[in-house]
Design a protein around this ligand. Structure first.
Ligand SMILES: Cc1ncc(COP(=O)(O)O)c(C=O)c1O
Length: 430
């Protein structure tokens, strides 16, 4: 093929990537639409247990058949369509990085911002694309003008990277960082809201809340906390690392001022992709974490001067959104909760087994903690892997003391049956 012809073909390829004629449409649309027609008369709750439908979704992933990965809370795999997009963009990039990245792939950023904003239910001017929740939330934490003595209320069970950021501000600038201690599960929104409200003083400026607590999966009443906080003129930062792409909600529903998430968890976007949301009128006052010539600009793009980074990973997010939308947020949430309930219902009555997460839909979805009396969570995690090749994560911190189990849309019931068998045998052993 002549260079010119190849070049024109590549341009066509790129145009396709940013349009409805994406890799997803080329490879998966037919499969998924036939799956969708299979269940078109069913409610989302009924679809949650329709194994014919979910087997098509399972086949869209390339996960190892040799280990059972129940730590999707840590990071999730991407479906094949997303992996292929990243590989394709990467190959293209390496044909002439500065040209293809900065002149061709770069054209995809604004359409991508729009797709993310549609998914998030906000304006595209409120979305910045970055590399993970840590970067998104650190942008807010370090970008806020706070002075010595100003107070921030968070929780012991927030995510360590955000706690470290607040602690660094406390150390360096003398802000006061207070952390609430919760013993989850708590099935009472008012109790949680009251705990934050009780900690408020005239110096409180910020409440930092984790939408789904990573340690034990508690869903926090972010909207109620935000409404309460706003009555005192306090702003709310929401860590949505585990909720975006899993729960069926729009960011503005939460009434928070700032929201950061990783896209490589439940959205199944390429690993190393994240998103920041800032309410339009608040953008101007937040300083960028990484330099920008106009730090006081009200343009959300001032948070994207990250230097050279992976354009293939960023552009791969678009295919993850296509894949997600083909399933639908409500269906995904219902299925993942169904999977959690599937295994929990089978083990919760077993002697010595303790469940550390609420089973009520409003308080939990994918993540659930489990322990077995007399077995240290680290030993339980090791046994699950060494003896059954089931990958989980031990959680031993503050009030959390369990093994965290997180299925995803590609998890098979047969895998959960193996997990149930493993728990049954471990709990029965002396
Ligand atoms: C609640 C919560 N926030 C933030 C993060 C950070 O995510 P990342 O490592 O993608 O920045 C995590 C990671 O697991 C998390 O659980």
């Amino acid at each position: 093929m002549s260079g010119r012809k190849k070049f024109i073909q590549q341009l066509g390829l790129m145009a396709g990537a940013f349009s409805v004629n994406s890799i997803f449409n080329q490879l998966h649309a037919a499969e998924i639409s036939s799956a969708n027609s299979l269940v078109k008369n069913l409610s989302s709750e009924a679809i949650a247990s329709n194994e014919d439908y979910w087997s098509i979704i399972q086949q869209s992933y390339t996960v190892s058949p040799n280990i059972i990965n129940l730590n999707n809370g840590g990071v999730s795999p991407s479906p094949r369509v997303v992996q292929e997009a990243v590989e394709r963009y990467n190959k293209l990039t390496n044909e002439g990085p500065s040209y293809f990245m900065w002149r061709i792939l770069d054209q995809g950023r604004e359409p991508l911002r729009e797709s993310l904003a549609n998914l998030a239910g906000c304006e595209k001017e409120e979305i910045a694309i970055n590399r993970n929740a840590t970067e998104a939330l650190n942008t807010i934490i370090f970008g806020l003008d706070l002075k010595a003595g100003d107070e921030v209320i968070g929780a012991m069970l927030d995510y360590p990277n955000m706690m470290s950021a607040w602690k660094q501000r406390a150390l360096r600038e003398g802000i006061v960082y207070k952390q609430l201690s919760f013993s989850f599960p708590i099935e009472n929104d008012e109790e949680i809201v009251a705990a934050y409200e009780k900690a408020i003083t005239p110096k409180t400026k910020i409440i930092h809340v984790t939408h789904i607590v990573n340690w034990v999966g508690q869903i926090m009443p972010v909207r109620k906390i935000s409404d309460m906080a706003h009555k005192y003129g306090i702003e709310v930062i929401c860590d949505g690392a585990h909720s975006f792409g899993l729960l069926d909600f729009k960011i503005p529903d939460l009434h928070c001022d700032y929201f950061g998430t990783s896209l490589h968890k439940f959205l199944s976007a390429p690993i190393g992709s994240g998103m920041l949301y800032i309410k339009k009128e608040k953008i101007e006052k937040i300083w960028p974490l990484v330099c920008n010539p106009n730090p006081k600009s009200s343009d959300i793009r001032k948070f994207e001067t990250l230097g050279t980074r992976s354009f293939p990973i960023e552009q791969g997010i678009g295919e993850a959104i296509n894949f997600h939308n083909a399933i639908g947020s409500k269906r995904k949430e219902d299925r993942v909760r169904y999977l959690k309930n599937y295994w929990v219902e089978k083990v919760k009555g077993i002697p010595r087994v303790k469940i550390h997460t609420s089973l009520k839909a409003e308080y939990s979805c994918a993540i659930c903690g489990i322990s077995i009396d007399g077995v240290n969570p680290r030993d339980l995690d090791s046994k699950l892997f060494n003896e059954y090749k089931i990958h989980t994560v031990p959680i031993v911190y503050d009030t959390a003391n369990c093994v965290r189990v997180t299925p995803h849309v590609y998890t098979r019931l047969s895998e959960l049956d193996k997990f149930v068998k493993a728990v049954t045998e471990i709990a029965a052993a002396k």
